[in-house]
Design a protein around this ligand. Structure first.
Ligand code: MN
Length: 225
């Protein structure tokens, strides 16, 4: 019999150590690159909005997964991921980075067909975004070793570069995201924030390998069955 206290805590590797970063919640920024916002006909100057994935949607780089159920249009989204190390609410942007434990590369896997239906019917995005194994997260690099506001971000599918941008192009940089989000929830150690994807999102088909890279960070690779 399994008791509640036997349930494992989802966690992510910390680059260069045996330590694990325990995942509390996963927040995601809806739109944060002008070109990607335009790609879907949205106004890039809107304030950031957020959705969530369950903590146990986390999958580590290198995973081989069964192809997700209930979709015929699975999309990749390359994203910079922020790992929160220190609690805080109503955080100001100039002290926001004091709350960051580190950074990772991530892939916000999306059932785009379900998202399109949800948008059309004005229903929630949960089943489009928060499904099993939907958050591929590379090992986290502590902020002492990597703290950049400019770095190339790419997504490669079967060896072909599909997304190629710079995190400097984010409409809302990390300190602003933390300032906004911490006025909506009390941020806690263990929270991950996926900071939005640049233009060029597209479909992953069964059997394909997809890799997100951010200069200086460990990659986030997934193989889908
Ligand atoms: Mn995304």
């Amino acid at each position: 019999m399994t008791y509640l206290f036997d349930l494992p805590t989802p966690s992510v590797a910390v680059q260069g150590t045996d330590a694990r970063f325990p995942v509390r919640r996963i927040f995601c920024v809806g739109r944060n690159y002008e070109d990607h916002a335009k790609e879907f006909g949205n106004n890039p100057k809107d304030p950031p909005f957020f959705f969530t994935k369950p903590a146990d949607a986390v999958i580590e780089s290198g995973a081989k997964l069964p192809f997700p159920v209930a979709t015929e249009n699975l999309h990749f989204e390359a994203e910079l991921v922020v790992a929160i190390g220190t609690d805080g609410s109503a955080i100001n942007r100039d002290t926001a980075l004091d709350h960051v434990f580190g950074y990772a590369a991530g892939n916000d896997l999306t059932r785009r067909d379900l998202q399109a239906q949800a948008k059309e019917t004005r229903r929630p995005w949960d089943m489009a975004k928060g499904f099993d194994n939907s958050a591929v997260i590379g090992a986290i690099t502590p902020i002492a070793d990597w703290n950049r506001d400019t770095a190339r971000i790419t997504c490669t599918l079967e060896g072909e570069v599909k997304q190629d941008a710079d995190i400097a192009d984010m409409t809302w940089p990390v300190p602003d995201i933390i300032a906004y989000l911490s006025r909506l929830v009390h941020l806690r150690a263990g929270d991950l924030i996926m900071t939005g994807t640049p233009a060029g999102v597209g479909q992953i088909r069964p059997g394909q390998v997809c890799t997100v890279k951010i200069e200086g960070l460990a990659e986030a690779t997934v193989t889908l069955g």
